[in-house]
Design a protein around this ligand. Structure first.
Ligand SMILES: Nc1ncnc2c1ncn2[C@@H]1O[C@H](COP(=O)(O)OP(=O)(O)OP(=O)(O)O)[C@@H](O)[C@H]1O
Ligand SMILES: [Mg+2]
Length: 258
């Protein structure tokens, strides 16, 4: 069954149409990737799902979002979190002046106490470095550590679906590889993931299915392995010439050229 399904979603920011009829689904337990050039609508898609679109003056003009069979489009962000969907935004957005511990606590504010305690333990296991820095201001962490904190904060609500917006953007290869391994571990523990990534090779190595957005619409979709091997994605997004042997999907292979 689809844990998350997006059906014919149309999103406007005032006169700007950012999504024009996007449909996709995240099966229960899957990692699904959304790829696309700058401005294609990837972030807008995640905002529309998480109910944070309104903070950016965006509006769902048509279509719907369903989580485990229940409609969530038009619901406030807190209600979507209660439905089990949390969003790790573009640029991490940790509370820079608050400590690591306070950031995590903020993520668990709406979580029942027993679940928050359980989630806190799990975050500590996933990110030992955050425990070491519990009382440090979040703004002083490295980029990779801030990304861990942003993910940890989202996990405090014990989501069934995690929305990740470019989690490896701007990170050194080693930090990016750590985040990729973490995404795998979170998924292996049962959380479904909708992953927006600018690093196509990383995304396709993590995901079972992928969608390519172009100017607000799905231009290409399919199993990640097929897209990674297919000429179109390889030529347009992986910088591989036609007819060249299929590359191994690996982190750091290529990036969007914008
Ligand atoms: N708050 C906003 N107000 C007006 N237009 C916006 C707003 N946010 C995004 N847009 C526009 O909507 C379109 C989609 O933007 P979006 O940020 O979703 O793209 P993206 O695929 O996430 O891009 P990037 O790779 O740069 O993060 C773009 O044309 C963008 O300029
Ligand atoms: Mg974006």
């Amino acid at each position: 069954m689809a844990e998350l399904s997006v059906d014919g979603l149309v999103v406007d920011y005032g006169p700007v149409r950012a999504l024009d009829g996007v449909s996709l689904s995240v099966p229960s337990g899957a990692v699904v990737a959304v790829l696309g050039a700058n401005g294609a609508g990837k972030t807008t898609l995640l905002r529309a799902v998480s109910g944070t679109l309104r903070f950016h003056r965006g509006r769902i003009a048509a279509g719907g979002v369903t989580v485990a069979g229940a409609r969530v489009d038009g619901q406030p962000a807190a209600a979507v979190v209660r439905r089990g969907v949390t969003h790790v935004p573009e640029g991490r957005r940790v509370f820079a002046r608050m400590t690591v511990e306070e950031n995590l606590r903020a993520g668990g504010l709406g979580t029942p106490r027993a679940a928050a305690v359980r989630a806190r333990r799990r975050v500590r296991e996933l990110f030992p470095v955050l425990a070491e820095r519990a009382h440090q201001r979040a703004g002083l962490l490295s980029g990779g550590e801030q990304q861990m904190l942003a993910i940890g904060r989202a996990l405090m609500a014990e989501p069934s679906v995690l929305l990740l917006d470019e989690p490896t953007l701007g990170l050194a290869p080693r930090a990016a590889a750590t985040i990729a391994a973490t995404i795998r571990a979170i998924n292996a523990a049962g959380t479904s993931i909708l992953l927006v990534e600018q690093n196509v090779a990383t995304a396709l190595s993590l995901a079972s299915h992928a969608y390519v957005l172009e100017v607000g619409a799905v231009a290409l979709a399919g199993p990640a392995a097929e897209l990674a091997a297919g000429d179109e994605v390889r030529r347009r997004y992986l910088g591989v010439a036609d007819g060249a042997p299929a590359p191994q999907a690996r982190a750091g292979l290529s990036r969007w050229s914008a």
